[in-house]
Design a protein around this ligand. Structure first.
Ligand SMILES: Nc1nc2c(ncn2[C@@H]2O[C@H](COP(=O)(O)OP(=O)(O)OP(=O)(O)O)[C@@H](O)[C@H]2O)c(=O)[nH]1
Ligand SMILES: [Mg+2]
Length: 200
């Protein structure tokens, strides 16, 4: 994102009628900031802070030793899907100490994309539990890291105890196209769910 953004990309189009708020969630270091950053058309708002040695006792760095910063509050990005529709993306940390932040973050959100890492699938339960508590529908995107084990969808579904209807996709959070596809899966799921609810 080296070059300056054109002003028409920075300001919200006047034609926009609907703004949808979506969350991008997941455990520590799963790629939330990267995901929001690769999708956002505005310079994403980040709250990154350098991690200290003391933090190593709190957040487990095994397998991601190169990571030097962590999100201390949230990530925020924007993606215009059409002349009328804009998505606001909120990246929310999943650690237990952020539970209070979730009260605000979930207000008005339509749903969430849960990023997961096959090296730490068990760590996704906290965020999925929080989403269920807040009654927010979600899709799961496995963010693939080099060297991470690959499993069949059925195995991942079983390990994460997903409902049959919950979308499961694989993505590379660094790649805009791949991240867009993951987000589209979530949006399609929310649409189908909504249509089912309104016709019920
Ligand atoms: N190989 C690979 N690396 C990734 C991918 N997504 C993120 N990374 C790297 O993984 C590290 C963690 O990514 P972040 O985006 O900071 O993760 P986060 O979930 O925001 O982390 P916290 O806010 O600290 O919880 C960074 O070094 C990224 O460059 C991916 O899809 N593939
Ligand atoms: Mg982050």
């Amino acid at each position: 994102m080296g070059s300056a953004l054109a002003s028409e990309d920075v300001y919200l189009r006047q034609t926009v009628r609907t703004a949808a708020k979506l969350l991008v969630v997941g455990h520590f270091a799963v790629g939330k900031t990267t995901f929001v950053g690769s999708l956002s058309e505005i310079k994403p708002l980040r709250t990154e802070e350098t991690m200290t040695q003391a933090g190593a006792l709190v957040d487990d760095l095994a397998g991601i030793e190169g990571k030097s910063t962590t999100t201390v509050a949230m990530d925020f990005g924007r993606l215009t899907l059409s002349d009328q529709l804009v998505l606001y993306l909120f990246g929310a940390p999943g650690q237990k100490r952020f539970t209070r932040l979730w009260q605000d973050m979930t207000q008005g959100a339509l749903g969430a994309l849960v990023l997961a890492d096959t090296r730490r699938l068990d760590q996704s339960f906290d965020v999925m539990g929080l989403l269920e508590e807040h009654e927010l529908p979600y899709a799961v995107a496995v963010n693939h890291f080099a060297g991470a084990p690959t499993y069949d969808d059925a195995e991942i579904r079983e390990a994460l105890d997903l409902l049959p209807e919950t979308p499961l996709i694989t993505c590379d959070a660094r790649d805009r196209g791949s991240s867009t596809e993951a987000l589209i899966s979530l949006v399609q799921y929310l649409q189908v769910r909504n249509a089912r609810r309104t016709s019920a």
